[in-house]
Design a protein around this ligand. Structure first.
Ligand SMILES: Nc1nc2c(ncn2[C@@H]2O[C@H](COP(=O)(O)OP(=O)(O)OP(=O)(O)O)[C@@H](O)[C@H]2O)c(=O)[nH]1
Length: 492
């Protein structure tokens, strides 16, 4: 092989005999696709026209390439020195039957950092190969039509999934269900658009059958209803994707930090008998029975002349406003012993913490400080009192009631996320929501102008198609690709 013009490389003829000359500027990429750090097996991927060259140079295939998609144990050598770097499996995926749709190779090598570095350096010495950018393999798969944009996003979510429910939702999206739903809407709208335009062009010559526009009206109306239904999901999919925001709030010294520590099973927040210990928001991530929760402890709510504490209280209130669920913690030793008065106290307290009690759980802490009789009375008689959410009597000191409370919390979080495997596929990204809202508004434009200006009405349908296309990546996707693919790691 003539390597003039490619000074950094010195390919030995013994390793690369018969290899087609790879262009120095050909776009073939490589990267470690398995995670970084020491591991048993690491997977290095190569994709692009010079993949076969890499295989020949580094796995000793002189003339014939290995059978496609078959793992073969080979010595993996450095093409510059023929030194054996490792023994591992190599797999050859000729285009188009590969993840990226291009010729691709996988090296399954030992996962020690020195082995991985040596193999990556050796690949870098093969003409035409360069390290991949983040998400570049997936971007090529998208460009080759192997994956739609929503599937790409599902794949990204699958890689980042930290809980079981997130994994399920991501896998469902990656399988293309959501993409197919949007594609179906888009196809129906394109048909509507074609009919409206045909009507505009031919109706005066009476070349078009009666009732075409009426059929478009029905389709647009049906689609609008379907999109509205899809949008009215209370952000369950997005919440599951990014984590349910659960905020612990209440007066100072009620035991909020103690509850946070119990829930995350570590001393994440400082607990002390000094009122006003927590000044800022303390956040921790939890996997609650497969559902992702972002749990925040906040400063105790009270009036204060202390500037720092006032800022802490402001932040606490802000968090409560943004929360999906608020756990209002009350020191039960402060409750009046008479049930009606206790209920009135709690109602008043809730009002001071949050405006709407729909998304809150009322936690009466320090149950261990109550006499047994009063504890039982509160526990039974406060349940079902009108104007009060369900009351949970617990003790962070003795763990009393904590197990039951955890079950209730889990079920509330589950309701907020929905079942990712049940029913129609859910919206998972704010990006989808924004385009769907635009789509719905554009369909409203069709209805607004249907009887007065058909050209403007048709423009509404065209805008609706474009909005859906931006979700699936079929129309004007270029400007959003960078945003999506940059969320991937190198090697994906
Ligand atoms: N007896 C008893 N004491 C508790 C219980 N939970 C918390 N405490 C105590 O109550 C005090 C306050 O607890 P924290 O968890 O710091 O309360 P907080 O609501 O975070 O307090 P601030 O930082 O002032 O907002 C500490 O001395 C805790 O040990 C409980 O269930 N029973």
């Amino acid at each position: 092989m003539n390597n003039r013009g490619a000074p950094p490389y010195r390919l030995l003829s013994s390793t690369c005999d018969g290899a087609p000359a790879a262009l120095a500027d050909a776009d073939t990429i490589f990267a470690l696709s398995s995670g970084h750090g020491r591991c048993g097996v690491a997977v290095v991927r190569v994709s692009g026209p010079a993949s076969a060259t890499a295989l020949r140079c580094m796995a000793g295939f002189t003339q014939r390439l290995p059978p496609p998609r078959t793992a073969l144990l080979r010595s993996i050598t450095d093409p510059r020195s023929t030194e054996v770097l490792d023994r591992g499996l190599v797999l050859w995926f000729p285009a188009p039957r590969s993840f990226s749709g291009e010729d691709s190779v996988e090296f399954h090598i030992h996962g020690g950092p020195a082995v991985v570095t040596a193999v990556l350096q050796a690949l870098g010495s093969v003409p035409g190969l360069r390290p991949a950018e983040a998400g570049e393999f997936t971007r090529r798969a998208f460009q080759a039509g192997k994956l739609g944009l929503t599937e790409v996003e599902g794949l990204g979510d699958l890689i980042h999934a930290e809980t079981e429910a997130q994994r399920r939702q991501a896998l469902r999206q990656m399988s293309g269900e959501l993409g197919r739903l949007y594609q179906d809407w888009s196809d129906r709208l394109k048909r509507c658009l074609a009919h409206v335009e045909a009507f505009i062009d031919f109706s005066e010559d009476e070349l078009i059958e009666d009732g075409v526009l009426n059929r478009v009206d029905v389709s647009v109306c049906d689609l609008q209803a379907e999109i509205e239904r899809h949008l009215k999901d209370e952000r369950r999919g997005e919440r599951l994707r990014s984590g349910v925001q659960v905020v612990i709030a209440g007066a100072t010294n009620a035991g909020k930090s103690s509850l946070l520590n119990k829930l995350c099973q570590r001393p994440a927040a400082i607990v002390s008998p000094i009122a006003g210990t927590t000044r800022d928001v303390v956040e921790t991530a939890l996997d609650l029975g497969g559902f992702p929760v972002l749990l925040s402890d906040t400063a105790g709510l009270r009036d204060s002349s202390d500037l720092v504490e006032r800022e802490g209280v402001r932040r606490a209130r802000e968090r409560v406003e943004q929360a999906d669920l608020t756990l209002v913690v009350v020191d039960s030793a402060h409750l009046p012993s008479e049930v009606d008065r206790a209920a009135a106290f709690l109602r008043e307290h809730l009002r001071s913490v949050l405006p709407d009690t729909d998304r809150c759980l009322l936690v009466l802490n320090k149950a261990d400080l109550l006499p047994e009789k009063q504890r039982q009375k509160l526990d039974t008689e406060l349940r079902g009192v009108s104007g009060l959410p369900a009351v949970h009597l617990i003790s962070c000191q003795t763990n009393e009631g904590l197990k039951d409370f955890l079950t209730v919390l889990h079920s509330s979080v589950k309701t907020l996320c929905g079942d990712p495997l049940f029913g129609a596929p859910t919206l998972t990204q704010a990006r989808h929501r924004a385009h769907l809202q635009r789509c719905a508004a554009a369909l409203a434009q069709y209805q607004r102008y249907r009887d007065t200006d058909l050209a403007l009405a048709a423009e509404g349908v065209r805008l609706a198609v474009t909005s859906l296309g931006r979700i699936t990546g079929r129309v004007g996707a270029e400007e959003i690709l960078d945003i999506i693919f940059k969320d991937f790691c190198i090697g994906k």
